[in-house]
Design a protein around this ligand. Structure first.
Ligand code: PAF
Length: 280
């Protein structure tokens, strides 16, 4: 696996390829990331991953400084998963001057849910992804569906700027008990890790209520919030939205349940696409 630390090294190395397939990450890689790399592999003539913990997408009180950085094991895992090129710039290499020119995604999508609770988060994400795209110039890029709103935002940005990049979504990778894999799961204590499965269980319960034909979506959401709050979580949101734009759904539209909640000091997110019964 070739490792590029600067944009110039990356561009030199990629000049020989026509169809890079790209997986951007912030490192601390788990099987979910590696599944994205494996998904990317047959889609291009060279598989590129990046590791860059992007300060722009963290609020001042968030975990930028403590975000787990696990360079050696990340390199081993990427190499074993068949990654050909790793782009790992430091902050000076990617942001040689303050990144004052930023991508401001559509507020209708960027300021709700994650964007509401983490103001500016999607400006940081879209800005770094745009910059990584101009460095790697991929033909295809793979993003996990676990970050459902992020994936939608990137698709929208790519469409609006007519970037010649296909965006693929990768299925959420789950532990045996159903907990979605996330770098932040490493923050959980043993007891919290056992409790954490309740997030996906609550999403499942929301899906079951919808499938059973319950029509009062607000009541399903309120029940889910209450379930987690009673177990000691601090939920930010548990909502049922239409998949097309994450707004309130009309009757019969395909739904997704989305959740964000804090367990102790760890904030977890998850989501579940729901097949609505035709009667709904
Ligand atoms: O999903 C992530 O890990 C990050 O938001 C991304 C897409 C690598 C941008 O920093």
């Amino acid at each position: 696996m070739y490792i590029a630390h600067t944009i110039a090294e990356l561009r030199d190395h990629l000049a020989a390829f026509k169809r890079p397939a790209f997986v951007p990450t912030m490192g601390n890689l788990h099987d979910g990331h590696l599944a994205l790399v494996k998904q990317a592999k047959p889609l291009g003539d060279v598989t590129v991953a990046s590791i860059f913990v992007n300060r722009l997408q963290f609020l001042p009180h968030e975990d930028f400084d403590t975000y787990p950085r696990t360079w050696d094991s990340d390199c081993e895992k990427l190499s074993a998963a068949g990654c050909d090129v790793l782009f790992a710039p430091d902050e000076k290499a990617l942001y040689p001057e303050p990144q004052t020119c930023k991508v401001h995604p559509d507020p209708a999508l960027a300021d709700i849910l994650e964007g509401h609770f983490r103001p500016g988060f999607f400006i940081g994400v879209c800005t770094v992804v745009m910059k990584l795209f101009t460095c790697v110039q991929p033909r295809v890029a793979v993003f996990g569906k676990k970050d459902y709103q992020q994936l939608m935002m990137i698709r929208h940005m790519v469409r609006q700027f007519a970037l010649p990049i296909e965006i693929e979504g990768g299925e959420t990778f789950r532990a045996d008990d159903g907990l979605a894999l996330s770098s932040r799961n490493g923050y959980l204590s043993k007891d919290e890790r056992a409790e954490a499965v309740q997030l996906s269980k609550t999403l499942q319960a929301m899906a079951e209520a919808v499938r059973a034909g319950e029509r009062d979506l607000a009541a399903i959401e309120a029940r889910a919030m209450q379930t987690l709050a009673q177990r000691g979580w601090q939920p930010d949101y548990l909502v049922l939205r239409r998949r097309a734009d994450l707004q309130a759904p009309a009757v019969g539209e395909p739904l997704v349940a989305l959740a964000a909640a804090r367990l102790g000091t760890t904030r977890l997110i998850d989501n579940l696409e729901i097949e609505a019964p035709s009667a709904l």
